[in-house]
Ligand binder design. Structure first.
Ligand code: CMC
Length: 425
């Protein structure tokens, strides 16, 4: 008989099936719990709740393992490109050469952005955060490209269009925010080189593409490409479950990623490191983060899933060193980061709370070395996470068990009471 657990409630026994994942992790299937017992589960922040079965990404937070479609992220970071990894995540397998070429051609074909969208950009206030702009613009894509429905081939085009255009749109927002001419994508450049060129090329100072910088950007994007059911991915799945179009679901993901507890942490980390470098108050920052009466948190530390180390952070740290060396740069923030990490890792509070540097801790140093402005850091995270969001959305759409997401609650408000007319209040 299949494994199960027994729940005893109100003098009765209920059998709840156990589900085992391909890596041996177990879950209690409670899908019939309310029907059979009248009970629901309560799990704020869903820390113990599996919302789906997924074949995309495996994370073992205790062992510091991250694999996309079974392949360790370390191997992908070393040997793959972001484009190939995106294909892997979305389609389930690494592409044969012919498929990869077809994918590249499609990405090129869809890399331009409708000229009318430029007007939108020009009308955002100059102080707007690029993440707010990106979320709005991705949602607006549906109005500019409404003709496609959900047929398979059309899904491929919508998906490729998104992957390609988001990169163009991100670079465009940077150029327009500076009052500079937009640089268009080029078909002779690879995905990452194209992005860098659109960001930094200028009529007065042509951008020289450096293969080390292109490699660093590829690795950065690969490390961010998916992370199973995190906050923004859950947002994409939840919004997508209402059968809204893909653009709207991704726009919701971008909005969620913007938060400083999630993707917005990469910007917050570099601001913290900068503040420490300026003021020298490193110990004060640590003390503030440890003070339970103070809501302040040390950005770039801690993770809901990783409790020993974040494998992405290790790769990112190494890359920060390699890149700065290759570019012959020195960044005082790297020294601050190293010192902060060293002190925090020996501190009882951080040890007891399992707080280690996460992917965002060293990523800002890499992005800064590439030349990305600080307010664009989270946009870079969004470009990286896009294939993951798309893969997860696609999986949910194809999943016969996937339903409209609609959690329950335990109501804690007042009992029934009568309406009081305004003159009697
Ligand atoms: N600094 C100080 N204390 C912390 C931190 C931190 N960065 N992170 C967690 N804690 C403490 C927290 O105050 C709590 O303490 P206590 O139990 O004494 O009240 C305990 O650790 C557990 O915190 P939690 O919020 O319940 O844990 P969580 O698993 O929900 O937190 C987190 C995950 C990422 C939201 C949190 O660690 C955090 O806020 N980190 C800083 C923001 C950050 O770097 N986010 C990027 C995450 S990685 C990129 C991504 O995937 O989004």
């Amino acid at each position: 008989m299949a494994e199960h657990i027994t729940l005893i409630y109100a003098g009765k026994e209920f059998r709840l099936p156990l589900v085992t994942g391909s890596e041996g992790e177990k879950a209690i299937d409670i899908s019939l719990l309310r029907r059979d017992t009248g009970l629901i589960t309560l799990d704020p922040g869903y820390a113990n709740t599996g919302s789906c079965k997924s074949a995309i990404t495996f994370v073992d937070g205790e062992k510091g393992i991250l694999r996309y479609r079974g392949i360790p992220v370390e191997q992908l970071a070393e040997r793959s490109t972001f484009k190939e990894t995106a294909y892997l995540l979305i389609n389930g397998e690494l592409p044969p050469q012919k498929e990869l070429t077809r994918f590249s051609v499609l990405l090129n074909d869809h890399s331009l952005v409708h000229e009318d969208m430029k007007t939108f950009y020009q009308n955002f206030p100059r102080s707007s955060h690029p993440m707010g702009i990106l979320s709005a613009m991705v949602n607006a894509l549906r109005s500019f490209y409404p003709e496609l429905q959900d047929l398979d081939e059309e899904t491929t085009i919508t998906v490729t269009r998104l992957l390609s255009k988001v990169r163009t749109m991100a670079a465009m927002s940077h150029k327009i925010s500076r009052g500079h001419t937009v640089v268009y994508p080029r078909s002779d450049l690879t995905y990452c080189a194209n992005f860098l060129n659109m960001m930094f090329d200028s009529p007065v100072k042509p951008y020289e593409i450096d293969p080390d910088v292109v490699k660093a950007l590829n690795v950065f994007l690969i490390l961010h490409a998916d992370h199973e059911q995190n906050c923004s991915t859950a947002a994409v799945r939840v919004v997508g479950s209402a059968r809204v179009n893909l653009y709207a679901a991704i726009s919701a993901g971008i909005a969620a990623l913007w938060g400083p507890l999630h993707g917005g942490a990469n910007q917050a980390v570099i601001e913290t490191l900068g503040e420490i470098a300026r003021s020298g108050n490193l110990h004060q920052m640590i003390a503030r983060a440890k003070d339970r009466r103070n809501p302040y948190r040390l950005m770039g530390f801690g993770h809901r899933v990783y409790k020993t180390f974040d494998p992405r952070a290790r790769i990112m740290k190494r890359m920060a060193h390699v890149l700065l060396d290759k570019l012959n740069l020195s960044d005082p923030l790297l020294d601050v980061a190293r010192e902060l990490e060293e002190i925090a890792l020996k501190d009882d509070f951080f040890i007891e709370h399992h707080l280690y540097p996460n992917v965002d801790f060293y990523s800002g140093i890499v992005l800064k070395a590439i030349g990305i402005p600080i307010n664009m850091f989270t946009v870079l995270f969004a470009i990286g996470r896009l294939p993951g969001w798309i893969a997860q959305w696609k999986e949910s759409m194809d999943d016969p068990e996937w339903k409209l997401c609609r959690p329950r609650q335990v109501y804690s408000g007042p009992h029934e009471r009568p309406y009081v007319p305004i003159e009697e209040r």
